[in-house]
Ligand binder design. Structure first.
Ligand SMILES: CC(C)(COP(=O)(O)OP(=O)(O)OC[C@H]1O[C@@H](n2cnc3c(N)ncnc32)[C@H](O)[C@@H]1OP(=O)(O)O)[C@@H](O)C(=O)NCCC(=O)NCCS
Length: 196
C-alpha cells in the first residue's frame, strides 16, 4: 500500500533525488550543481515551503514527492508567476509511475496548500500585495493571505501535461520559453480557493 503523508525533516535529504527525476537528470550531483535547479530544494523549510511524500507501507521507502515553494523576484524558479504563487515540482520513482501516485500526491499538495498563508502588505507603488519580507515605500498594515493558486513549469509535449490538466491546471498563455535543454517549456496554473 502507498500512503501519502506530509514531508518530515528526516525525508528532506531525499528532495534532490526526486528533483533529479523531475528534471529528467540521471545524477543528483547534476541538479545540485546547477543553481537554476538547486533552488528548488536548497535551504528547505523557508516560510511557505510545503511538501508531501508517497511512502511504500511495506518497505517504508519513499517512492514519490510533490513539493511547492514561493519565489521572489530575485530568487525564482522556471514557473515564476509572482511572489504569492508557489511553484510545484513532482516526481515518482520510474517503477511506480502510472499507478495513480502522482495524482494522489498533487491532490494532497493542493489540499495542504489551501491552508498555507503568507504575511503580506499592500505595495501602493506597484499596486499589489507583497510578502512582508519585501520592502514597500509606505508602511501598510499586514494581513495573512491564503494561497490562491499553484504554478508549475512543464516541457511542451510531456505526457504529464494531460495529468496536470485533469487536476485543474491550465496553460498560461504566452509563457512559452526556451528551456535549459533547448526545447520549449511553459507554465500552468491551478486555482486553489473556491470562487476565484
Ligand atoms: C509526472 C509524474 C509525477 C506522474 O506521476 P504518476 O504516478 O506516473 O502519475 P499517475 O499514475 O497519477 O497519472 C498517470 C498520468 O501521468 C502521465 N504520465 C504517465 N507516465 C508519465 C511519465 N513517465 N512522465 C510524465 N508523465 C507521465 C500521463 O498523463 C498519465 O496519464 P494516462 O495514464 O492517462 O496516460 C511521474 O510520471 C514522473 O515522475 N515522471 C517523470 C518526471 C516528470 O515528468 N515530472 C514532471 C516534471 S514537470
Amino acid at each position: 500500500m502507498i500512503r501519502i503523508r506530509s514531508l518530515e525533516v528526516f525525508d528532506e535529504p531525499l528532495l534532490p533525488h526526486f528533483l533529479a527525476i523531475a528534471a529528467h537528470e540521471e545524477e543528483v550531483e547534476t541538479v545540485l550543481t546547477n543553481p537554476a535547479l538547486a533552488i528548488y530544494v536548497s535551504d528547505w523549510g523557508r516560510d511557505g515551503d510545503c511538501a508531501v511524500v508517497a511512502e511504500n507501507d511495506e518497505t517504508s521507502a519513499i517512492v514519490g514527492m510533490a513539493w511547492a515553494r514561493f519565489w521572489t523576484p530575485d530568487h525564482q524558479g522556471f514557473g515564476w508567476i509572482n511572489e504569492l504563487t508557489p511553484e510545484m515540482a513532482v516526481a515518482v520513482e520510474p517503477e511506480f509511475q502510472g499507478r495513480g501516485i502522482g495524482t494522489r500526491l498533487i491532490e494532497a499538495l493542493k489540499c495542504r496548500l489551501r491552508a498555507v498563508s503568507l504575511t503580506v502588505r499592500w505595495d501602493a507603488r506597484h499596486q499589489k500585495w507583497v510578502p512582508t519580507s519585501q520592502p514597500v515605500e509606505i508602511e501598510q498594515p499586514e494581513m495573512r493571505m491564503p494561497t490562491q493558486q499553484l504554478a508549475l513549469n512543464v516541457r511542451d509535449g510531456s505526457p504529464s501535461v494531460q495529468l496536470y490538466e485533469r487536476l485543474g491546471f491550465q496553460k498560461v498563455a504566452g509563457s512559452e520559453r526556451q528551456n535549459r535543454t533547448g526545447g520549449v517549456s511553459f507554465n500552468m496554473l491551478a486555482r486553489l480557493q473556491e470562487g476565484n
